[in-house]
Design a protein around this ligand. Structure first.
Ligand code: ZN
Length: 274
């Protein structure tokens, strides 16, 4: 009997904790417009996070047809800095890692439609062209960054788990990547994205200390900083979201503010499922 009550108490406290946490997240997230996360844009998919050029174009066209305004990273940061409400139908389009599909396909297709985007680049892989996932070159990054509709953010130096690092290691990953990317682009790097979405309070402190104004996550891990601008979850725009004429993509963009935290799961399914 005693055991039963103990487990009952545990269940109740867990449920109320989970409920309070998700309420807090949603309320806080309601301030932000939908943030979309892509990785590579390709003509042939190799991985769960690849999006085919045609599907990517269909998503951009849907955003346009439904009157979504794309924000630049600078626009996005300014709304937060000035404590202003975002336009009701706005989105931030982001890309992680720095694969060369962002230069070959994403950049021209966005440009054609006069849409804005942000690219989070892992500094140590710039100019690495070998393998199935060649990366962007220094010159390509310079060309992208010369257009004010496009911004470059940091995805650290080595794409390692920041949560497992000492304070010094974290600071090196964050400051050195910022310095390199600012040197290449000639522009300030305002934001970073956590490799594989790994962050905690100590990581956030290092990000702040390294001079970043905002930081992007993947999963919704709850409110770990005062204004949540260092823990912004993103919609994982992998292959799962293109099924049924992009049904999930559309739903997530429309309902970003009210989605439960579970919706921001990592989508690491193997390619054969698709
Ligand atoms: Zn990444």
């Amino acid at each position: 009997m005693r055991k039963f009550f103990l487990s009952l108490i545990l269940v109740i406290s867990f449920t109320s904790f989970a409920f309070a946490k998700s309420e807090l997240n949603q309320e806080d997230r309601a301030y932000f417009p939908a943030v979309i996360m892509y990785h590579d844009i390709r003509t042939e998919p190799l991985n769960y996070f690849d999006v085919l050029v045609n599907d990517f174009c269909a998503q951009l066209d849907w955003l346009k047809a439904n009157d979504y305004e794309t924000l630049s990273l600078e626009d996005f940061a300014a709304y937060i800095r000035n404590n202003k409400p975002f336009p009701e139908k706005s989105v931030l389009i982001t890309f992680d890692d720095g694969y060369n599909g962002i230069y070959n396909y994403a950049f021209p297709e966005l440009k054609k439609r006069d849409m804005k985007a942000t690219f989070f680049i892992t500094a140590s892989v710039i100019d690495k062209l070998e393998g199935k996932y060649p990366h962007v070159t220094t010159q390509e990054l310079q060309e992208i960054a010369s257009d004010k509709n496009f911004s470059i953010g940091s995805h650290t130096m080595t794409h390692s788990n920041l949560m497992k690092m000492t304070h010094e290691e974290k600071i090196y990953e964050l400051r050195e990547s910022k310095r390199i990317l600012e040197h290449i682009t000639g522009r300030e790097v305002l934001a970073m994205a956590y490799p594989e979405g790994n962050y905690d309070k100590a990581v956030i402190e290092s990000v702040k200390e390294s001079g970043y104004e905002i930081a992007f996550a993947v999963q919704d891990r709850g409110l770990l900083d005062e204004r949540a601008c260092y823990s912004i979850p993103r919609i994982y725009a992998g292959m799962e979201l293109i099924q049924d004429n992009h049904a999930l993509f559309k739903e997530y963009v429309k309902n970003y503010k009210s989605m439960p935290p579970e919706a921001f799961k990592e989508r690491w399914q193997p390619i054969k499922q698709y």
